[in-house]
Design a protein around this ligand. Sequence first.
Ligand SMILES: C[S@@+](CC[C@H](N)C(=O)[O-])C[C@H]1O[C@@H](n2cnc3c(N)ncnc32)[C@H](O)[C@@H]1O
Length: 369
Amino acid sequence: MRFFATAAAGTEGALRDELREARFREVRADRGGVHFEGPIEEGMRACLESRIAVRILAQLAEFEAPNEDALYEGVKAVDLSYYLEPKRTLAVRAACKDSRLTHTQYIAQKTKDAIVDEQRRQYGARSNVDLDDPDLGVFVHVVRDRATLYVDLAGESLHRRGYRKRIEEAPLKETLAAAMLRLAGWDRATPLVDPMCGSGTIPIEAALWARDVAPGLLRPRHGFERWPSHDETRKRRIAEMREAARARMKSEGPFIAGSDVSAQAIETAKQNAKAAGVRLHFSRAEVRDVEATEPAGFIVTNPPYGERLAGGEELYRGMAEAFRRLSGHTVVILAGTPEIPRAMRIRPMMEHTVWNGPIECRLFSYSIR
Ligand SMILES: C[S@@+](CC[C@H](N)C(=O)[O-])C[C@H]1O[C@@H](n2cnc3c(N)ncnc32)[C@H](O)[C@@H]1O
């Protein structure tokens, strides 16, 4: 079976490396995600293990779709009974590029019609549509008049690990925080500090990775658990996978800390870390007072930016001065404005574009002498 693990733009390389390290097969990065292959259980394992993937899609069919009839007939020919029964709900999402079919909503509608018409023919009943919490998510991508039909194994976006009970302003998605840590080249052993930690996403993801806690262990349930094919044998297999993941977990990790100027943010970060089952050091502090770690470690952070941020220049200047004092440390900053690298005034050893939702950001890494 072919899978496509979707990822935030700019994090595909990090996801490729992660999946290769976890011994997935035929791993190949593409725009917007990473391909891999294997039996259906490998897709389920990816839901459990990947920190960076947003969704895990299993490819069911690929066919020419130059017009709506071809799309309808192509979808109708696919047997979905393994994934969906009429008493379960459905949602279809579509994307298209360089094709004669140009309307994503229309493509989704046609695809849904073909699926439910075929169900009616087979069972005399059909699935209802539920856009908020469907039992099965179907994705159809039409590129250069060729349609690919996928089902979603994860159910909801994998960034929802389940530990973030509360969030602060402009929280980073857990999947992006995990990608940042990998792109930063952090070795999971040296100390790590986020001096503008908000809800604590970066320190929590760092602690989970350092201790090898599979992120899927924190999620109550995955999409594939609602499939009619999720029988006792499959349940046992998933339980074994979870058990193997639990057996790998380390009880200790390196020193990881977070601080923030907001007392409320620190309270939120503490609660989130508790929900994630990790012990971290959180304290209220100004970024300009950030201290060196012993041994010298990593600073990984995403400072605030945007129109509402008053006095940004002064904040960035103070932050940059503090960071430049941390000799021997590696400073990794996710910057949403060029003012941040300008304030740093030193040449980064790495610069990488990543998208934080709709916002184009740059990830800078500085080696402080
Ligand atoms: C973009 S948010 C970080 C979001 C965080 N990564 C998360 O996932 O929730 C920036 C954070 O910087 C904090 N901040 C703003 N000015 C600060 C300062 N002078 N010192 C320390 N923290 C500051 C804000 O309180 C906010 O929580």
